[in-house]
Write a protein that binds this ligand. Structure first.
Ligand code: F6P
Length: 376
């Protein structure tokens, strides 16, 4: 009997989702004779049994399109907002999966999706995931769907900011996404020739950045491009955050409450930290500074050729793994091969930029400032 598979896309969207569904669906239908359905809006659609049948015709013409034809959401099966209440809706999802007689559920998403998929796997669902996030922060895969495109968009923005920064002899601070990792900032910063690159893995010192800008000016470069990851913080904030994280585990309820307050204040302030850095740099250097926050533009539009290829390879490989009876895995890209990685090795782990990563060594060789005090 032919296998039935369900697909959903969850978490933040990213370029390459449609290409992945096309690769998976077409290989499933054409090579393995499977039947494919897609649930709308992530785990919420699975809970509400909102689905569409995906035939070859639905999967045609979407290789190059951005977003996700199914829609997405950040809903979690066990913590779903239903009518203003947070409820565990796992059982309803299990019923829907059983009603469709699914032989496999493929969840295309990032770190949160891996955890949610793991939760369903523990309930006996034959689940597989495909690694998707512009942040590139999933472990056990060389790269993730959307990262290359986002890095390309950020690089193009940095290229364009160069000419205007140069004309006005300004500092331009450009904030890129990446959540708590610096992959986009570091990759685009290097590819776009950023003068300072700030990533969450290396808390910065503002005076070091100001010195780097002034040194550039003294050596004849009247402008500077500072590329900052949205999750990057100063050394003082990083220290306060680390302290609060420890104190949050305290037995003393006052200490605990204060720590929680500190953490939420840091979280709130993080929304304006790029603007604060820009103002501080103006004050320290006497130079004009401007902020550009790229935001969701990094997630929009057509996927790069590298992402289309990655999506097509991971998607088709996923169909092969389902046909072979594999489940409880993320289909990862490792050294040019698509390999199944047990979900419990992926869920709950985050791939940060290692401090000895070759991209960091390259930046240091170029004397790009990473905002770190060389003396400490
Ligand atoms: O995980 C992808 C990502 O784009 C992060 O880089 C960013 O922090 C977050 O999602 C933004 O989420 P939302 O789309 O919910 O604003």
């Amino acid at each position: 009997m032919s296998k039935q598979i369900g697909i959903l896309t969850a978490g933040g969207d990213s370029p390459g989702l449609n290409a992945a569904m096309r690769g998976l669906g077409k290989a499933a239908i054409r090579t393995h004779g499977m039947t494919v359905i897609g649930f709308r809006d992530g785990f919420r659609g699975l809970m509400q049994n909102r689905f569409i049948r995906l035939e070859s015709s639905e999967l045609s013409g979407i290789l190059t399109t951005g977003g996700t034809l199914l829609g997405t959401s950040r809903d979690k099966p066990h913590k779903m907002d239903v009518g203003g209440k947070t409820l565990d809706m796992t059982d309803l999802m299990l019923e829907n999966i059983a009603a469709h007689q699914l032989d496999a559920l493929v969840c295309i998403g990032g770190g949160g999706t891996a955890k949610n998929a793991m939760h369903l796997a523990e309930k006996g669902v034959p689940v597989l995931t495909l690694p998707k996030t512009i942040d590139n922060d999933l472990v056990h895969t060389d790269t993730t769907l959307g990262f290359d495109t986002a890095m390309g968009i950020a690089t193009e923005a940095i290229d364009r900011l160069h000419s205007t920064a140069h004309s006005h002899h300004r500092i331009v601070v450009v904030e890129v996404m990446g959540h708590n990792t610096g992959w986009i900032a570091l990759g685009a910063g290097l590819a776009g020739g950023g003068d300072v690159i700030l990533i969450p893995e290396i808390p910065y010192q503002t005076h070091v950045i100001a010195d780097a800008v002034l040194e550039r000016r003294a050596s004849g470069s009247s402008f500077s491009i500072v590329v900052i990851s949205e999750g990057a913080v100063s050394q003082e904030i990083a220290a306060a955050r680390d302290r609060a994280k420890i104190e949050k585990k305290s037995e003393d309820s006052d200490v605990k409450a204060k720590a929680k307050e500190t953490l939420s204040r840091i979280e709130e302030d993080s929304e304006s930290h790029t603007a604060t850095l820009s103002k501080d740099l103006e004050a320290r250097t006497g130079l004009e500074s401007r902020v550009t926050i790229l935001g969701h533009v990094q997630r929009g539009g057509t996927p790069s050729p590298a992402d289309r290829l990655l999506a097509t390879r991971l998607g088709t490989a996923c169909a092969d793994f389902i046909a072979a009876g594999e489940s409880g895995v993320m289909v990862a890209m490792q050294n040019g091969e698509c390999v199944p990685v047990p979900l419990d090795q992926v869920a709950g782990n985050r791939k940060t930029v290692p401090l000895d990563h070759p991209w960091l060594l390259t930046a240091r060789n170029l004397k790009i400032s990473l905002g770190e005090d060389q003396a400490t």
